[in-house]
Design a protein around this ligand. Sequence first.
Ligand SMILES: C[S@@+](CC[C@H](N)C(=O)[O-])C[C@H]1O[C@@H](n2cnc3c(N)ncnc32)[C@H](O)[C@@H]1O
Length: 252
Amino acid sequence: MDKRQIVKKVMEKQELKEIPIEDAEMALALCFKKNGSDEENIECTREILHNAYGAFGSRKLLVVSRKEKEPEWILRKHLSTRERLPHYKDIYKRILGKFKGTIFDLGAGVNGFSIGFIPENRYIGIEGIGQLVNLMNNYFKKQRYNARAIHLSLFELEKVKDLIKKEKGKKIIFLFKVLDSLETLKRDYSKELLTEIVPLADKVIVSFATRSMIKRRKFKAGRNWIIDFIRENFKITDDFETAGERYLILQK
Ligand SMILES: C[S@@+](CC[C@H](N)C(=O)[O-])C[C@H]1O[C@@H](n2cnc3c(N)ncnc32)[C@H](O)[C@@H]1O
């Protein structure tokens, strides 16, 4: 198989069907072995993509029928939002205070379903898994929220920046539990992304899991390099931990 065919095969998996093709190509480039078998190349590419994209949401989310589900049902089906669910009110209160404006949620997953906690704001979620984007957009439309989800890879930096710049008024950017995913495909991309987007917003909230999302154990993810980078380049105005997640609030 040539590389194009391998990528096509990789993306036949339900959970990888609607990710940006460029990201699948990046994953293949990371592990492609000329003398490796097609199976090896496919397996290794899928493994990288699962680490970046796949392991957080229940497969049920990808095949949810058109029948409307309660937002809480959806939030419980994704590991990140499930842990946050009992604490959303407090977390948003601490992060947003009296903020009123547009929230950009990068690598949103299904976090758009938490908009009921902050309905006075405009919400724009950017997410690479197409099925989750559709799920959020159907919900926003039915509930008439001032919100939309956009299917885009966060590696499309210029497009992400344009979307943020285009929006008027006050802006906050969420990067909840997403930098690790990006690093899986491109080392040090977190630094590039933060450098480019922090100046475009009033505040940026970065969060990291402080215990393994799968095994629920406390784990040391060796994030000093990124925390040091943040400290050296931005002002940290708050830093707290809630329900296995550490939040840093930064400004230029
Ligand atoms: C651990 S989940 C966190 C989801 C959400 N931010 C939250 O905390 O509830 C990481 C999310 O980032 C998305 N993602 C990973 N890499 C991406 C990329 N390159 N472009 C867009 N989304 C990406 C995944 O699909 C997944 O939904």
